[in-house]
Design a protein. Structure first.
Ligand SMILES: Cc1cc2nc3c(=O)[nH]c(=O)nc-3n(C[C@H](O)[C@H](O)[C@H](O)COP(=O)(O)OP(=O)(O)OC[C@H]3O[C@@H](n4cnc5c(N)ncnc54)[C@H](O)[C@@H]3O)c2cc1C
Length: 437
């Protein structure tokens, strides 16, 4: 499988996944379980992306408001494994300030690192950690290879199928894929520096009503202590700490200067917010900031232009796609780049929508797929489908599809993601416990 040419080592694989966030890790595991040889490229020394480095710490929306399950499969397995390590709290349903129901599983990001390590190792995926994408080589509409920068120098990878799970769709951008533009008045959703705060007296903090929390948050925002008028947090399992999601950084995270600046500004905002919480929020008086996220969490950057562009209308009046490969129920939830508020379009209690396979296929390429928060969706639709539950479900589907495409690549005929038989893909997903509607 490996050979040396000149100074570069070349590694061939059926599937190379670029980016080890939750979407990429699920894609890699799913592909390997289908028997594909898989290399998973990740720039950090651990997997998880926003879910670990970004410390997002709660998986949202497994169900419709009335309790119909819409995400399962590999995503459920992640939660079961977290529980075995004691790293996830019980599934929790709550009423939001809009009066609608939402459900979530709060988890410990450090434990998720172990879970993803286990899943990758057991599936036989070759993890390539501390490896950053350098460039991608194409021959016409085909990705021929990519090069990654590692501690040992430049490594060349030759996949039959490339799955871009880098969030920012760095590999597809290098491969010359087309991307969707923001429309009139739209702006990228802001990034957030999560921070861990504790100890908290949850008896008192948890007893605060929605109205009391909203009043405290509005006061903190008006006084300049909070960058966002919210006190949104995830409790860390088996501890008196919570991860707070309340800073707001209006940047394009693919701009390296802006990204570095946001890390610094994010820590400043978090520090100020922690001071406000300790001084003003009941139950938090003994607390202090204990940790920052390893990096700012990024909600939105590039969205690839795929064979189908999923729109908000298709989520709100749900379209039954013949090539549906995942479902979701998370509402449209746009954090505006400026100001303290949220733009929120809630869904009815039995409302679920579907994601078509064609939204994973970059229009300009034949042997590549995109997964996670950069799939082919409008800005508004992405604001719903970006959550980790759905990202995992989409990754699960892409991994199986990539393995199928690689396996079907005949003599002299490269892998074709559009030739994947969708009924067989859907059957494989259902066998793996996924929900498609
Ligand atoms: C602040 C915040 C709060 C959120 N709240 C929630 C919530 O409460 N519940 C919920 O379910 N979802 C939430 N989300 C959404 C969710 O976390 C993300 O949309 C989701 O994690 C995206 O997963 P991903 O795998 O597509 O991308 P990412 O998590 O961005 O993963 C991309 C991976 O690729 C790697 N990578 C990137 N570029 C390269 C490169 N050039 N070379 C090598 N590796 C690379 C990264 O290191 C990373 O590991 C939130 C997001 C943010 C930012």
């Amino acid at each position: 499988m490996n050979k040396d040419i000149g100074t570069s080592r070349v590694v061939e694989a059926d599937v190379v996944v670029c980016g080890g966030g939750v979407a990429g890790t699920m894609a890699a595991v799913a592909a390997a379980r289908q028997g594909a040889s898989v290399v998973l490229v990740e720039r950090y020394g651990f997997l998880g992306g926003n879910a670990t480095a970004g410390a997002v710490a709660q998986f949202n929306s497994w169900q419709t408001g009335n309790g119909r399950k819409v995400v399962a499969g590999l995503a459920d397995e992640v939660v079961e494994r977290l529980r075995r390590y004691g790293g996830a709290r019980e599934h929790d349903r709550f009423v939001m300030s809009t009066g609608h129901h939402m459900d979530r599983v709060e988890y410990e990001p450090e434990v998720l690192k172990l879970v993803l390590d286990d899943m990758v190792a057991e599936a036989g995926v070759q993890p390539l950690l501390h490896a950053s994408l350098l460039d991608v080589q194409c021959e016409g509409r085909r990705v021929a290879g990519l090069r990654v920068l590692t501690k040992g120098g430049v490594l060349a990878l030759r996949p039959a199928v490339l799955v871009d799970a880098s969030g920012d769709m760095d590999a597809l951008e290098q491969a010359g894929a087309r991307f969707l533009e923001l429309g009139g008045g739209e702006a990228l959703q802001p990034a957030t520096m999560m921070f861990r705060f504790g100890p908290i007296d949850f008896e008192r903090f948890g007893a605060l009503s929605k109205a009391e929390l909203a009043e405290l948050a509005a006061r903190g925002y008006a006084q300049g202590g909070l960058a966002r008028a919210a006190l949104h947090s995830s409790r860390v399992p088996h501890s008196d700490d919570a991860w707070f999601n309340i800073s707001r950084l209006a940047i394009d995270a693919t701009d390296p200067m802006a990204l570095g600046g946001a890390e610094i500004e994010g820590r400043r905002q978090a520090w100020k917010a922690a001071a406000f919480i300790a001084a003003s929020v009941p139950g938090c008086g003994n607390g202090r900031l204990r940790a920052f996220g390893t990096q700012v969490g990024v909600r939105e950057t590039r969205r690839v232009e795929g064979d189908h562009v999923l729109t908000a209308a298709e989520l709100l009046e749900p379209v039954q796609f013949a090539d549906a490969i995942a479902a979701g129920a998370y509402p449209i939830d746009i954090h505006p780049a400026q100001g303290g508020s949220l733009h929120y379009v809630p869904m009815d209690d039995d409302h679920a929508y579907q994601i078509p396979y064609r939204s994973l296929i970059p229009g300009a390429l034949d042997n590549a797929l995109g997964v996670g928060r950069g799939i082919s969706a409008s800005h508004e639709a992405l604001a719903a489908i970006r959550v980790m539950t759905i990202s995992m479900a989409v990754g699960h589907a892409a991994g199986i599809a990539a393995a199928m495409a690689a396996k079907a690549a005949g003599e002299g005929m490269g892998a074709q993601v559009r030739a994947v038989p969708v009924p067989a893909l859907r059957e494989a997903l259902l066998r793996g416990g996924a929900v498609l509607a």
